[in-house]
Ligand binder design. Structure first.
Ligand SMILES: Cc1cc2nc3c(=O)[nH]c(=O)nc-3n(C[C@H](O)[C@H](O)[C@H](O)COP(=O)(O)OP(=O)(O)OC[C@H]3O[C@@H](n4cnc5c(N)ncnc54)[C@H](O)[C@@H]3O)c2cc1C
Length: 455
């Protein structure tokens, strides 16, 4: 990009940012402004929005990549797909790249993302150097770890847009090599896997895993390499990545294919659409084998109640959607997996070990112990409801178990906490102070209303 192009892009960005600030300022108190985004990876469904909607497009591109300094300036609503394309072109990647292509940088920071580099680099918000935020008060502030808005910098993760919108983020990048070598190691007991995640050799660049059943679990160790002896695998066509974990001990992928290895089949959730039936897979156009396409189909189903009606007509037993990611201290993972298998019977389950990156910085709305290794446990599907039980039966039990084990639950999906418990877990006192300072007229909504009451 030439200097003139860069200046034009910066001027357009500032214009749009100031317009956004004026729009929020002009909105009446308690107005509930909201982003009019085309894609989302949230799994909470809510009624169509009546209030003011903000246009995210001016903030949906990469502003610049500094190859020497290993940083990027990125619009807050940029998808990781675009961000990765821009950084890989310079031989770099964001420190943490969530698995789904249309997750946006702002969504991963305000909604707490994770991926297989998190055992090394922590969570996406921990590689943010500064965040330019249009607050609920309609002001523009630059939040940094030590500046006058350090409270907002720390409060942004898990605020889900309720303090304001990050329109620009400066993030750290890391150099890549051409390929990633994968090694899938099997464990017969969760206890052994939990021990292994505490003891990862320094040469490993990526680490995640899958529990296919309580006695068949895998960790996948990924290492950057310049060579791919025997060639690379392709899981965007007939073959399916998660199945390969059980079938082969080692593998090679290009860096780009590695980063999006889970997107083609939305982990394993594409099976709900018949996508793992070879005949249907062949007919399904390759460009539609993407997580955002499946997410849109689920959204339509939710809106029109198609599968609920079909289930009722077929007299199938009622089920509850159990779509959650929870962070469990590594040593308590065996107990959690045993509980989850008994409670919901969901298989497979995704496992992503992580530690917070810097013990000196804490994140009050999503508190984690910097001295502990955690494992993000992801399970996405439905579970049968016992006779007489209603929605929330399984999800409430999971919330209670996570709290008992000293874990934390991501808030991108359904939640059932009562307000006292919720605010105890998610930094209620700090949140109230942040709201008074950055959204005094409550234009951006309340975290509990948004994430539990789905308002
Ligand atoms: C099956 C499944 C698997 C998942 N797996 C992963 C995973 O492996 N790794 C992972 O990281 N996540 C995962 N997620 C969760 C996902 O990262 C979060 O839901 C994330 O918040 C989505 O970001 P988004 O940009 O798509 O969503 P959006 O709907 O755009 O945003 C999410 C929230 O953040 C707010 N927000 C968005 N942009 C901004 C901004 N610029 N400033 C302030 N607030 C903003 C929005 O108001 C909204 O409340 C998974 C979700 C599902 C359903």
């Amino acid at each position: 990009m030439s200097t003139t192009q860069r200046s034009a892009r910066a001027a357009a960005f500032q214009l749009a940012r100031d317009r956004l600030a004026r729009a929020i300022d002009a909105a009446p108190a308690n107005a509930r402004v909201r982003l009019a985004k085309q894609t989302t990876n949230l799994f909470r469904f809510r009624a169509p929005h009546q209030g003011a909607s903000l246009d995210p497009k001016p903030f949906a591109s990469v502003l610049s990549v500094d190859g020497l300094g290993c940083t990027a300036e990125v619009g807050g609503m940029t998808t990781y797909e675009d961000l990765v394309d821009a950084t890989l072109a310079k031989g770099l990647m964001p420190l943490v790249v969530p698995q789904l292509k249309t997750i946006t940088l702002g969504g991963a920071v305000a909604g707490v993302g994770i991926e297989s580099t998190s055992f090394k680099h922590g969570l996406p918000h921990e590689s943010v150097l500064e965040a330019e935020i249009v607050t609920g008060a309609g002001s523009v502030v630059v939040a940094t770890p030590d500046g006058p808005h350090a409270d907002l910098y720390r409060g942004l993760p898990n605020s889900y847009g309720t303090l304001g919108y990050a329109v620009r983020l400066k993030i750290e990048l890391a150099p890549v090599k051409r390929f990633v070598r994968l090694e899938h190691r099997r464990f017969d007991e969760p206890k052994h896997l939990a021990e292994a995640v505490e003891d990862v050799s320094p040469g490993v660049d990526f680490l995640d895993g899958v529990a296919f059943s309580p006695d068949e679990l895998y960790l996948t160790y990924g290492t950057f390499t310049d060579q791919a002896p025997g060639g690379t695998s392709d899981y965007t066509g007939d073959r399916i990545y998660y199945r390969s974990i059980r079938e082969r001990a080692t593998d090679h992928l290009t860096v780009r294919d590695y980063l999006w290895r889970w997107d083609t089949d939305w982990f394993w959730c594409s099976r709900a659409f018949g996508m793992q039936n070879p005949a249907i897979r062949r007919l399904w156009p390759a460009r539609y084998r993407r997580s955002d396409v499946y997410r849109r189909l689920i959204g339509l189903d939710e809106r029109y109640g198609i599968s609920k009606t079909l289930d009722a007509l077929r007299r199938r037993p009622r089920t509850e959607k159990v779509i959650q990611d929870v962070e469990i201290p590594a040593d308590r993972v065996p107990e959690f997996l045993e509980f989850l298998d008994r409670q919901t019977g969901q298989r497979p389950v995704w496992l992503c070990p992580f530690r917070t990156r810097d013990a000196r910085t804490t994140w009050p709305l999503f508190p984690l112990d910097p001295a502990r290794t955690y494992v993000n446990v992801g399970f996405w599907g439905t579970a049968p409801l016992p006779r007489g039980a209603g929605d929330g039966f399984h999800n409430r039990a999971i919330e209670a178990k996570v709290a008992q084990l000293g874990g934390a639950k991501s808030l991108y999906s359904t939640s059932f906490y009562d307000p006292d418990m919720f605010w105890e877990l998610y930094g209620g006192d700090t949140y109230r102070e942040l709201k008074d300072r950055y959204d005094p007229e409550r234009k951006c909504g309340d975290l509990y209303d948004k994430t539990v009451r789905a308002r």
